[in-house]
Design a protein around this ligand. Sequence first.
Ligand SMILES: [Zn+2]
Length: 205
Amino acid sequence: MTSTLEMTSNETFPEWTSKSRIVGESCERFVMQNLKCCRCSSKNSFRKYKINEKAKDVCCLNCDQVYQIKAKGMTAKSISCIKEKNTEIKIIGGDYKSTLAHLDENIDYLIVLYDKLSYNIDVFLHIQHEDVNEENIIPRKPLSLNAKRAGWQGCYLHFNRYRVKHLDREQQIRSVEFKYYYYFKVIFRLMWIIMMGFFVYYYKY
Ligand SMILES: [Zn+2]
């Protein structure tokens, strides 16, 4: 069962033109609205940090676990590889030095995997901070001197120990209900059109 990522429009944040930023923000909202805390299973317990807070996106109000949320668009095939074979996953991280500096702050990662084409989501990955160390953070080449942020160095995050989490049963039920509601609406409309057809036919002839 899947859920679809609803894109935050850039009317909400008109200064945001980059697609990755819009996807990132949409994923944060998705997590806040749909996921339970991976540590304590509380519902609706996520509180969002201020935009631009480094390395921290949401915190669970019940158990105080801090999470960093990442989004990764993949093909359906690569997602099923992750689900079935637990293959290594590589994502783009932020600033290399500050990512290293935040290592001892016990921040868990949540990676929302979405289908590149349909934006459907059916799993996300939970990486516990106990499984994250320097080896998971790979430096990228610093930006060239001509770049806007010359000398800035980003990183990649490589993970091979993670838990694949499926959207919980309750959400599945909700989306089944939604599906039935949708079918019901379609059938109702068809019946209405047929009845109107009969009505017009009856009075015309
Ligand atoms: Zn919690």
